[in-house]
Design a protein around this ligand. Structure first.
Ligand code: ATP
Ligand code: MG
Length: 225
């Protein structure tokens, strides 16, 4: 995979991918003048006890469907190819091995995920492996992060100014209105038989229904056993 320019990296379980992820990717791309955003489904995310509900192949397939027709989005299987938990630090190191400089990489998170940064594998060194782009999420404002004195020196407001080419790695804060949706809320809605129209791309909604991915009596395990 050779990609030139500024690469955004949006990691997540994507169980399933939804409009909030796409809004966050678009907000980060606009704010930091990114050329491409890579959606990177995690095998087993490092930060949660429960395993993802949908198998990795379906989570990848749904991310690929969400990227269809968006020239600036791509899906990467780089975390699915390896056993064990997916650590952002290791993913960024692999991108470095492929020839990408830290100043070229922009790891995107929501404000909720970044609030736990001090517990991430390889913290604080992970912060030196790429820029970080932190996007506000409904219910998770950036105000609390701004108050974190130990990160203050690295934080920049993305409003009105994209990072300069080659600027040293920083934490960029992006105020944006993203859709108020989460994968866990979606899974609950689906298992309760409630509609998810407008919350995920149509192709993703059809895929979930066709493969019965999140219903209570899901037969999905038979289909991909
Ligand atoms: P879950 O409820 O299972 O945790 P989620 O909706 O948080 O799912 P993840 O796959 O955990 O989805 O999120 C991947 C990344 O996308 C995280 O950095 C998360 O903060 C970010 N993200 C998800 N939804 C939004 C949103 N609506 N706005 C901004 N960032 C978001
Ligand atoms: Mg989450």
């Amino acid at each position: 995979m050779t990609i030139e320019g500024r690469i955004g990296v949006l990691g997540g379980t994507f169980d399933p991918i939804h409009g909030g992820h796409l809004d966050a990717a678009a907000a980060a791309r606009r704010a930091c003048a990114l050329d491409t955003v890579l959606l990177v489904p995690a095998r087993a995310p490092a930060h949660r006890a429960a395993a993802p509900q949908a198998p990795a192949v379906h989570r990848f397939a749904m991310a690929a469907m969400a990227a269809q027709g968006c020239d600036d989005l791509r899906v990467s299987d780089m975390e699915l190819r390896y056993e064990g938990p997916s650590f952002t630090s290791v993913t960024l190191e692999r991108l470095a091995t492929l020839g990408h400089r830290p100043e070229q990489l922009f790891f995107i998170t929501g404000a909720d995920a970044f609030a736990d940064i001090a517990s991430w594998h390889d913290y604080p060194a992970v912060l030196d492996r790429s820029h970080f782009v932190v996007v506000a999420r409904p219910g998770h404002s950036l105000a609390g992060l701004r108050a974190q004195a130990h990160l203050g020196a690295r934080m920049r407001e993305a409003a009105g100014r994209a990072p300069a080419r080659g600027e040293s790695v920083s934490i960029w804060l992006v105020e944006a209105a993203t859709r108020d949706v989460s994968s866990s809320a979606l899974r609950r809605r689906i298992s309760a038989g409630q509609p998810i129209d407008g919350l995920v791309p149509d192709a993703v909604a059809r895929h979930i229904a066709r493969h019965d991915l999140y219903s209570t009596q899901s037969q999905a395990s038979c289909l991909h056993a």
